[in-house]
Design a protein around this ligand. Structure first.
Ligand code: ZN
Ligand code: FE
Length: 242
């Protein structure tokens, strides 16, 4: 099985759309297209026909390109079953335990509610990759718009079961702000302090800081490291007020 080609497309102020291509089947899918044009242009430039869109949740910065990309390519749109009313462009609705495919690459769907009530993630176990939308960020986690700290804690606990080498594809470049906050709640963490320095340098040079990895998050992410749901909720509230 040839490795997936995964391309980052920066759009809007801080979103990343992921273009994922299987070189064997030539199938190509888009995770969370905020907008259509830059995604269509990148796929075109590479000669990759877009065959699917996979949405993690209904927010417009994750689904705004759905209709135009579908109109131009005829692709299938896969979306969380629990958000069907809010993603009217969806063709196929999925939930925890379902499997979706890109060629011979298989992703397991995880329910990860909290940022939105029906948020899902796509885990390619054999590829050691997970697309988490707005659930886990580098040194951060999504805001609790439609769910609870208990739910987000359960999501973090489940993500923490993955191997350190698992690549985490999140949907925003929030890393620098997350790192600056993280050091205030975990000031003794040397790995975190070092990562802040590295991230400051990367951003000053205009470089992206994602994907991240489960290992990096296990070492530095205060939300993934929170020992209880109450602690996660406490630091999430602090971050919201920061
Ligand atoms: Zn969102
Ligand atoms: Fe978002």
């Amino acid at each position: 099985m040839a490795a997936l080609d995964i391309v980052r497309i920066p759009v809007l102020s801080d979103n990343y759309v992921w273009l994922v291509h299987d070189p064997e089947s030539f199938e190509t899918m888009v995770v969370d297209p905020s907008v259509a044009d830059p995604v269509l242009a990148e796929a075109d430039r590479r000669g990759w026909p877009i065959t699917a869109i996979w949405n993690t949740h209904w927010h417009p910065d994750h689904t705004g390109g759905n209709a135009d990309i579908k109109a131009k390519t005829g692709c299938e749109i896969i979306a969380p079953a629990a958000e069907r009313e809010r993603i009217p462009t969806a063709d196929r609705l999925v939930k925890d335990g379902d499997r979706v495919r890109l060629g011979s690459h298989v992703a397991d769907v995880w329910d990860v509610p909290a940022h939105t009530a029906g948020h899902i993630a796509y885990h390619f176990a054999d590829d050691a990759a997970i697309f988490v939308g707005d659930t886990l960020f580098a040194m951060g986690c999504g805001r609790l718009f439609e769910g609870t700290a208990e739910q987000m804690f359960a999501n973090m606990q489940r993500l923490a079961t993955l191997d350190d080498a698992t690549r985490v594809y999140c949907a925003h470049e929030y890393t620098l702000s997350n790192a600056r906050f993280a050091v205030t709640v975990d000031p003794e963490n040397r790995a975190l302090a070092d990562r802040l320095v590295a991230v400051e340098a990367a951003r000053a040079a205009g470089e992206p800081t994602v994907p991240t990895s489960i290992g990096a998050e296990r070492a530095t992410n205060p939300f993934l490291r929170a020992p209880t749901a109450a602690e996660l909720g406490r630091i999430r509230a602090l971050k919201d007020a920061a």
